[in-house]
Design a protein around this ligand. Sequence first.
Ligand SMILES: Nc1ncnc2c1ncn2[C@@H]1O[C@H](COP(=O)(O)OP(=O)(O)OP(=O)(O)O)[C@@H](O)[C@H]1O
Length: 294
Amino acid sequence: MLHINQLHKTYPDGTAALRGLDLNASCGIFGLLGPNGAGKSSLLRTIATLQQPDSGQISFNGVDVLQQPQQLRRQLGYLPQEFGVYPHLSCRALLEHIAVLKGLTDRRLRQQQIDELLTKTNLTKVAHKAVANFSGGMRQRFGIAQALLGDPKLLILDEPSAGLDPLERQQLHNLLAQISRDRLVLLSSHIVDDIEQLCRQVAIMLQGQIVLQGDTTALIAPLHDQIWSYSGEPGRLPAQTQLLQRSYLRGVPQLRCYAPACPGEGFSAVTASLQDCYFLTLAAASAQQEQIAC
Ligand SMILES: Nc1ncnc2c1ncn2[C@@H]1O[C@H](COP(=O)(O)OP(=O)(O)OP(=O)(O)O)[C@@H](O)[C@H]1O
């Protein structure tokens, strides 16, 4: 279990990235959603002991992460948002190098683990190639393979699906579902679909705080029968109707709205999604923050 209590982090230039953040997560894939600049990477870097918070507590499976960072690092795999590689090293050589850095000193066990991870991430056939020449999807799978060296109990993945094509994204989902059975995977993304497809637990982050957290299905449930779509331009929206999303279908505007009952002619009920919950939560949190600011 991961417990975070009242975490604060302000960077030297005065940016308050974490502002009294609380979070609890158990085994499985835990999704962290939030707009750009919400503080997701700051939080993940702090949990990964790559930066110190100003105050607060973090514990993982009983280990005080801030007091005993080495103990956490032994159980940690981390894939940062920007993942640099040595340009000339092959996939296998780089995994070897990282495995040694992670303390896998027994050569035979190291080889065995690398072979298993290459199979799991479907990289065996390209293990001799330079990672620098990999496609986006292959690079992310490599990133997950290196993070899994040492069989960590906590895996932190910062936006692993950024820049992937739909097929690569699907392959990444299959891999994540497979490797999350006996560990906690913290997955940050602004692709709400990724989180809805993969995560049973989710937290929404805004301006350095968690504004909503819980079981994904339970968070969406109250919105059933309250989400409506409208094809075209309805003019002024009926009272008690909140616009959540405007998109296009073959060039025709499509509105997605929240309303406690059918807003009127032309609106049809649609199944509520995590995206609806996300937009409603962000709108409510922004309105509350504006009120406080006034
Ligand atoms: N090293 C740093 N020094 C100063 N400010 C920083 C630093 N790192 C992040 N920030 C700022 O802290 C805030 C939170 O950034 P962070 O990268 O944690 O958010 P994020 O939710 O991961 O954003 P994104 O989704 O765009 O990656 C932003 O205002 C950002 O500009």
